[in-house]
Design a protein around this ligand. Structure first.
Ligand SMILES: NC(=O)c1ccc[n+]([C@@H]2O[C@H](COP(=O)([O-])OP(=O)(O)OC[C@H]3O[C@@H](n4cnc5c(N)ncnc54)[C@H](OP(=O)(O)O)[C@@H]3O)[C@@H](O)[C@H]2O)c1
Length: 239
């Protein structure tokens, strides 16, 4: 954890769920934070909680698929903290139904957040990371970047795409000392699902804090170590 002290960490989808849990834990570790999501009020609430540990937290309310918003966010982050060390591309959502019931708009929206958002935020960070000859991009995919299920055509396609993008940029960025990691997770009890967070049927699922622990473990490795991939499930989930 100590290795995160003073590091600048950009987290997308930090207003709730996994992103929020990561933000609160890395704040406690003394990192400088730049948090992105669309819900301004929820981001402000996370900032308030983060401030209890550490004062350095910027919040940016907007859409990760909006190129100008993303570029302005990265610029403002570097202006404030001088650098960007770690980017956690976590913002994402799914639409789950048979393909013939999925509209073109739903298709575009899921790809805009899960794939284009990852691409835009990564691209905005790369020049700063190259300049520092170091950096770490951590993309939160899903185990459905490696398996598919009926009703998951759109979400699985977006996560396969996010994963393929990650694998390709890993090859591009390694010569510049920039790590690219992907997290493949099973069920997590967040607001992602149709049942609310904390629903009794989620008792055996991963908690947001379990995911935060795993992500922070990846982010805390020594400079010469990269965990390229991390697969994580509730023990009770068949895989
Ligand atoms: N929960 C699971 O079982 C599970 C399993 C595997 C993988 N994942 C992945 O884990 C990641 C985090 O999900 P979660 O479970 O923590 O879900 P969540 O609780 O619904 O959180 C999703 C976060 O993404 C943000 N977001 C969504 N669309 C956005 C956009 N266009 N621009 C900016 N922010 C946006 C949301 O904030 P706003 O609404 O305020 O924008 C929220 O902060 C996702 O990529 C998801 O695919 C989740």
């Amino acid at each position: 954890m100590n290795t995160l002290k003073g590091k600048t960490i950009v987290i997308t989808g930090a207003s709730k769920g996994i992103g929020r849990a990561v933000a609160l834990q890395v704040a406690a570790a003394g990192a400088n934070l730049a948090l992105m999501a669309r819900s301004e009020q929820e981001l402000q609430d996370v900032k308030k909680m983060a401030a209890a540990h550490h004062g350095h937290c910027l919040v940016f309310a907007g859409d990760v698929a909006d190129e100008a918003f993303v570029n302005n966010t990265m610029e403002a982050t570097v202006k404030k903290f001088g650098r960007v060390d770690i980017v956690i591309n976590n913002a994402g959502f799914g639409v789950f139904k048979p393909s013939e019931e999925i509209s073109a708009t739903e298709w575009d929206n899921v790809f805009a957040t899960n794939v284009k958002g990852t691409f835009l935020v990564t691209n905005a960070a790369i020049p700063y990371m190259k300049k520092n000859k170091s950096g770490h991009i951590i993309n939160i995919a899903s185990d459905v970047a490696k398996r598919v299920f009926a009703g998951g055509s759109l979400y699985c396609a977006s996560k396969y795409a996010q994963d393929a993008y990650s694998m390709a940029i890993r090859k591009e960025l390694r010569p510049f000392n920039i790590k690219v990691s992907v997290v493949y997770s099973g069920l997590v009890d967040s607001s992602f699902h149709s049942d609310p967070e904390g629903h009794g049927s989620h008792n055996w699922w991963l908690k947001n804090e379990d995911m935060a622990n795993a992500i922070i473990y990846m982010a805390s490795q020594p400079a010469h170590v990269v965990i390229d991939e991390l697969m994580i499930h509730p023990l009770a989930q068949e895989y």
